[in-house]
Write a protein that binds this ligand. Structure first.
Ligand code: HPA
Ligand code: ZN
Length: 358
C-alpha cells in the first residue's frame, strides 16, 4: 500500500533539510526522460566536431543562451535541430552512456527512456545505428552501474499515423530492445485518438503504452489517451486537475503521472516552481512521480527537479517525498519482485534513526 511507508509513521520527525538529503540519496526510477533531451551543449559541439558538421552557434555559451523557450514548439525546434549531430552508433552510445552515468549520481536505479526514431530515420540514420547503441549502453549500465533500463519508442504526434505504423514495422527486428511505445512532440491539435491503430498494433505486440497528454493540451487528451490508446501512464498530465471527474478516475484507476517540474517551468506551463501544481496533484491522491524530461535543455536532472521543487513548497515534506520516490518505483514496468526489492531499500533508508540502530 502506497501510504504505509516508514516516513508516513514519522512524518513530522524528519526536518526539511533531512528530507532533502534523503530525497537526493534515495533509490528512484526515472520514467519520463527523452534520450535526445540529454544531449548537453558540450556534447553537441564535440559530436559536431567528430562528424565534421558546422553549427549555427559560435560556442557552447551562445547555444545555451538560445535555450529561452516560450512554449513546447519553441523548444522542439531546437531539440530536433540539436539531434542532427547524432550520426553514428558511437554518437548514440556516448549520449546514452553519459545519461546513465549522470543518472547513477542521482541514485537512479532504473530508467525507462524515450527515444524518437522518426527524428533520425527521416534524415537517413536508421534503427541499425541507434538500437545497437542503446542496447550496448543498457548492458554496460547494468554491469557497471547496477542500473537497469528499458527503452520506449515514441511516435511523433505531429506526423501521420501511417508514418507511426511504418516506424513500428521498421522497429520489429529490434523488438527485444524496447518495452513500450509512447507519444510525444507537439500536443496541441494532435489528439491521441489520431494514433489508435498504431497503439492497438503495439498492444498486439505485447508492448507497454504511455502517452504525453495534458502538458499543453486539454484534459480531454488525458482521457482519450486512456480510452483510445490504452495508456498505462500519462506523461505530464498536469492539466488533468482542471477536470474533477477525470482526477477522480485517475485516482481510482491508480494511473501514474510522470510529472516534470523544471520542464513545465521552462516551457511556460507554470510561471515558476512555486506555482507548480504538484502539491495539489498529490493532495488529490494522484500517483505522481517526478522526472526530468529533457534535462540538458531544462536546467536539471531528476534530483535537481526533486530538490528545487521540495525546497520551494512548504507543504511538501517527508511524507510527500517518500510518496513520490515510492511511486516512481511502483509505476515502473520492472517485475514485481524487483520493485519490491527497491522499495525495501527505500524503506531501509527512510527508517527513523532510532529504529535503525536497534
Ligand atoms: N513534450 C512533448 N514532446 C517532447 C517533450 C515534451 O515535454 N520532450 C521531448 N519531446
Ligand atoms: Zn516529455
Amino acid at each position: 500500500m502506497l501510504s504505509q511507508g516508514p516516513a508516513h509513521k514519522h512524518p513530522t520527525t524528519i526536518s526539511k533539510d533531512r528530507t532533502l538529503d534523503l530525497l537526493a540519496a534515495s533509490p528512484k526510477a526515472e520514467l519520463h526522460l527523452h534520450i535526445e533531451g540529454t544531449l548537453e551543449p558540450e556534447l553537441i559541439f564535440s559530436l559536431a566536431r567528430r562528424n565534421g558538421l558546422k553549427l549555427p552557434y559560435p560556442d557552447v555559451e551562445a547555444l545555451r543562451r538560445a535555450y529561452a523557450f516560450t512554449d513546447l514548439q519553441s523548444f522542439l525546434d531546437l531539440y530536433y535541430a540539436g539531434a542532427d549531430v547524432l550520426r553514428t552508433e558511437a554518437d548514440f552510445f556516448d549520449l546514452a552512456w553519459a545519461y546513465f552515468e549522470r543518472a547513477a549520481r542521482d541514485h537512479v536505479v532504473h530508467a525507462e527512456v524515450f527515444f524518437d526514431p522518426q527524428t533520425h530515420t527521416g534524415r537517413g540514420v536508421g534503427f541499425d545505428v541507434f538500437m545497437p547503441a542503446f542496447a550496448r549502453a543498457t548492458r554496460r549500465a547494468r554491469h557497471e552501474l547496477q542500473m537497469t533500463s528499458e527503452w520506449i519508442l515514441c511516435f511523433l504526434r505531429d506526423r501521420s499515423e501511417d508514418d507511426a505504423l511504418a516506424t513500428l514495422a521498421e522497429a520489429l527486428p529490434w523488438r527485444e530492445h524496447f518495452c513500450g511505445v509512447g507519444l510525444d512532440s507537439a500536443e496541441r491539435g494532435n489528439p491521441p485518438a489520431k494514433f489508435s491503430r498504431a497503439f492497438a498494433r503495439a498492444a498486439d505486440l505485447g508492448l507497454h503504452r504511455v502517452a504525453h497528454a495534458g502538458e499543453e493540451g486539454p484534459p480531454t487528451y488525458v482521457r482519450e489517451s486512456l480510452d483510445a490508446l490504452g495508456a498505462e501512464r500519462i506523461d505530464h498530465g498536469v492539466r488533468a486537475i482542471e477536470d474533477a471527474a477525470l482526477v477522480e478516475r485517475l485516482v481510482r484507476e491508480r494511473v501514474p503521472l510522470t510529472v516534470c517540474p523544471l520542464s513545465n517551468v521552462r516551457l511556460c506551463v507554470f510561471e515558476d516552481l512555486a506555482h507548480h501544481n504538484l502539491p495539489q496533484l498529490l493532495r488529490a491522491g494522484l500517483k505522481v512521480t517526478v522526472n526530468s524530461d529533457d534535462p540538458a535543455y531544462f536546467g536539471g536532472y531528476v534530483n535537481d527537479n526533486l530538490l528545487q521543487l521540495f525546497a520551494v513548497h512548504p507543504e511538501l515534506g517527508a511524507a510527500e517525498a517518500y510518496t513520490v520516490l515510492r511511486n516512481s518505483l511502483e509505476a515502473s514496468f520492472a517485475p514485481e519482485d524487483t520493485r519490491g526489492a527497491w522499495i525495501a531499500q527505500l524503506d531501509q533508508l527512510w527508517q527513523p534513526a532510532d529504529s535503525r540502530a536497534l
